[in-house]
Write a protein that binds this ligand. Structure first.
Ligand code: AMP
Length: 458
């Protein structure tokens, strides 16, 4: 299995720190507003990646932080006259519901920043002790110049970096130094050895990952926009605090979901919220659209792309539906024999997995899937499909659906077992009557009556 790492700018063979275990951390949302489909793109991509690790038999721990402490949250809460933490909880709930609607359900743990303040303080204390950070009247800062590797992920030189940052604290040693702890005596704030305040954004993630994964782990993901300064700062903090390199083996970044060539974002106002999308489209259609592109490539979002995704999905489902209807009485086929096509299907499945092994190449995997659909259609036309092929194809498509997070088959109807349950109940009631437990047996009769079942003892 090969994964493209942003750090080396190349595909590397995947070899986790501990055999068969994968620790994956993906930056979570800042919960101050409804999530838009750009967020959806990134989280669908990582959800599929997580599914594939599990499919391959890895034991995966997928961790995500929730930024429930941020100036944007506080600002929004003030505008509405509500408590910032309650506002964050409201949008966290909405975010989780949105993710569920998009089939994103593989995160093992969502860790809130506000619930990891002691870990954050501890990491800052370590950085100060080791001389990587310093304190001013306004806060505690990471001193970029002390970490010569700064810029290794974004491939920027330290000299170029210092001019870019905007920070109002004139007491900083260098403009590029970033904040670890802001001294603020205003709610929400926490006690710390440096007085009341709030943590900086970058330290939140490294404190959380150190808590659950330790100082080193396998994969860190997020959107492209997070490479600099966020992920760069994370490396500087964690590698300085622990003295261990590298903090992360593979850095994975998703491409943007764009509208007319521009990144969909809150600030540009060109966004569609997930809720808005779901009013008109099935979450699965959007998911299919996202997976039709490689996770590192940009996606040009528009109505046309959605229509195309919907048509493709329908075509797949219709073919499979037709195929299932083609299953004949085994008697007529002379029992279930091994079809001639079995080998072909093993080969097709292998090709799908090879595409996924190649840096989770979902568009390539989908082209294998479309080829398979064309093949099935031809076989349906000349009536050459055998029962055993149908069983095999069903299994393969179920596997692919599990990996992609798409249901290619309608949910199986549960058999109505009401009669059987009634039989059991009547049996129990009969035994109660034998024991002359009239109270309980009458209760059963009356409860059944409420459900519309009239019982007559005869
Ligand atoms: P935020 O809450 O803005 O920090 O974003 C949460 C995640 O969504 C980050 O990994 C971002 O990189 C990602 N993201 C935000 N906008 C887009 C977009 N238009 N396309 C793809 N990913 C995005």
């Amino acid at each position: 299995m090969f994964i493209y790492s942003t750090l080396s700018r190349s595909k590397e063979e995947f070899s986790p720190l501990k055999p068969n275990r994968v620790k994956l951390f993906v930056c979570g949302p800042t919960v101050y507003d409804d999530s838009h489909i750009g967020h959806g793109r990134t989280y669908i991509a990582f959800d599929c990646i997580a599914r594939y690790f599990r499919y391959k038999g890895y034991s995966l721990f997928y961790l995500q932080n929730i930024t429930d402490l941020d100036d944007k949250i506080i600002k929004r809460a003030r505008e509405r006259g509500v408590d910032p933490i309650l506002l964050a909880r409201e949008y966290e709930r909405k975010y989780l519901a949105d993710m569920k609607a998009l089939g994103v359900e593989n995160v093992n743990l969502h860790a809130r920043a506000t619930e990891h303040i002691p870990e954050i303080i501890e990491q800052i204390r370590k950085l100060l002790e080791k001389g990587f950070a310093y304190e001013t009247e306004n806060g505690v800062y990471f001193e970029e110049a002390k970490f010569p590797d700064f810029g290794k992920l974004s491939q920027r030189k330290l000299e170029d970096l210092t001019v870019h940052r905007v920070d109002p604290d004139p007491r900083k040693k260098s403009p590029g130094d970033f904040v670890l702890w802001k001294k603020i005596d205003e709610q929400p704030c926490w006690e710390s050895p440096w007085g009341r305040g709030r943590p900086g954004w970058h330290i939140e993630d490294t404190a959380i990952t150190e808590e659950y994964f330790g100082a080193q782990y396998d994969i860190h993901g997020g959107g492209l926009d997070l490479i600099f300064p966020h992920h760069e700062a994370e490396i500087a903090q964690m590698e300085s605090a622990s003295g261990l390199k590298p903090m992360v083996l593979y850095w994975m970044h998703t491409g943007f979901l764009n509208v007319k060539g521009e990144k969909m974002s809150k600030s540009l106002g060109n966004f569609v919220t997930i809720q808005e999308l779901l009013q008109r489209w099935d979450g699965e259609v959007f998911r299919f659209l996202v997976l039709s592109a490689h996770y590192r490539s940009p996606i040009d979002f528009g109505e046309d792309a959605l229509i195309q995704a919907q048509n493709s999905l329908e075509r797949i489902k219709k073919t499979l539906q037709k195929m299932v209807g083609f299953y004949e009485d085994p008697e007529k086929q002379g029992g279930i024999k091994v079809g001639e096509n079995r080998k072909i299907w093993d080969e097709v499945h292998k090709k799908f997995l090879e595409a996924m092994d190649d840096d989770f190449n979902t568009p390539q995997a989908l082209s294998v899937l479309f080829e398979a659909i064309r093949y099935i259609n031809r076989q349906l036309q000349d009536k050459s499909l055998k029962n055993s092929d149908i069983i095999k194809i069903k299994t393969i498509f179920k596997d692919w659906g599990e990996i992609l997070g798409v249901n290619f088959f309608p949910p199986e109807k549960k058999e109505d077992r009401t009669e059987d349950v009634l039989e059991i109940l009547l049996d129990v009631r009969g035994k109660l009557r034998e024991k002359k437990d009239w109270k309980l047996s009458d209760m059963i009769r009356s409860d059944l009556k409420d459900l519309g079942f009239e019982l007559e003892d005869s």
